[in-house]
Write a protein that binds this ligand. Structure first.
Ligand SMILES: Cc1cc2nc3c(=O)[nH]c(=O)nc-3n(C[C@H](O)[C@H](O)[C@H](O)COP(=O)(O)OP(=O)(O)OC[C@H]3O[C@@H](n4cnc5c(N)ncnc54)[C@H](O)[C@@H]3O)c2cc1C
Length: 257
């Protein structure tokens, strides 16, 4: 039976207006909706599909605030079997520290049940908010496992995993002995929607909590800055057929007519 672990991050829902806290160091989450990064949603879907095809169990791991349990429940509603939360203390959150904590969490999970290493660890290529492209590679390195990022196809072949990595104008194909890790990209599959049965089952998911920390990495966030807003104007040129001459004038001024 394959054991697959997916690392997911709770991120603000796309399209939301992002405000920065008064100290300029964090996103003000007071009025935001949250979701799982799209690459990671595809990662969970891929893991569930592999488990369905080859037989296996999917564990989902997140480091974040207690509310990140929602993202674990969502993963369970689409087929994941276990959910593990490492509560974050709200302190400095650099990718080195994050990766060190995730690697330690994975070591604990692998030694706790004596089952040994997860065959495959699935990361997103990058998270949808801070998108540092570091955590997957650093975590795999910390665990001494090979990793390929930018993955758009995964095939399990006995003790090996063959992956297709998207490059300009084509694909690279890699093979890794498992245990191994991948960073997947959105588009590798079309994630399923939760069924009613899945939603109900996810409410019963017992979330495992691991309390862990790691030393700070070497980088310090100086500040977050929102880009200047681009304001677009809408002019109503008229209603019904009477608007036609004004529309023609605009098209003419744009050089379209
Ligand atoms: C002390 C501490 C406190 C933190 N507090 C919070 C918090 O309150 N809220 C919050 O959202 N985050 C918190 N984090 C996590 C942190 O914000 C980022 O997740 C981390 O720095 C990753 O950077 P990135 O987004 O550039 O990831 P990338 O390097 O772009 O991520 C690549 C992939 O790594 C995996 N990954 C990244 N971050 C996580 C994660 N947190 N959990 C599981 N998998 C992950 C995903 O699969 C992702 O697609 C905290 C981290 C630490 C160390």
């Amino acid at each position: 039976m394959l054991r697959i672990l997916c690392c997911v991050k709770r991120v603000p829902a796309p399209g939301a207006r992002i405000n920065v806290t008064a100290d300029g160091l964090a996103v003000d989450a007071a009025h935001l909706g949250f979701t799982t990064s799209p690459h990671e949603e595809c990662g969970v879907e891929e893991a569930v599909q592999i488990a369905e095809r080859c037989g296996g169990e999917v564990t989902v791991l997140t480091l974040g605030p207690p509310e990140a349990a929602e993202q674990l429940r969502y993963a369970a509603s689409v087929g994941a079997h276990r959910g593990v939360l490492v509560p974050a203390d709200g302190g400095a959150r650099d990718p080195q520290r994050t990766a060190a904590i995730l690697a330690e969490a994975i070591r604990r999970l692998e030694s706790a049940d004596g089952a040994g290493p997860f065959d495959l660890i699935v990361f997103g290529n990058e998270s949808a908010d801070s998108g540092g492209f570091q955590v997957g590679v650093r975590t795999a390195y910390g665990l001494g496992r090979p990793i390929v990022n930018g993955v758009k196809g995964i095939e399990i072949d006995g003790p090996a995993v063959r992956v297709r990595r998207e490059i300009d104008g084509g694909f690279e194909v890699y093979e890794m002995e498992m245990p191994a890790a991948v960073g997947v990209k959105e588009g590798i599959n079309l994630p399923r929607y939760p069924t009613m049965k899945g939603r109900l089952a996810s409410k019963r998911l017992e979330i495992e909590i691991l309390d862990l920390d790691a030393p700070l990495g070497g980088q310090t966030m100086v500040r977050l800055r929102r880009p200047a807003e681009t304001v677009s104007e809408t002019a109503i040129l008229g209603h019904g057929p009477e608007a036609a001459p004004a529309v023609a004038d605009v098209l003419e001024s744009l050089g379209v007519l």
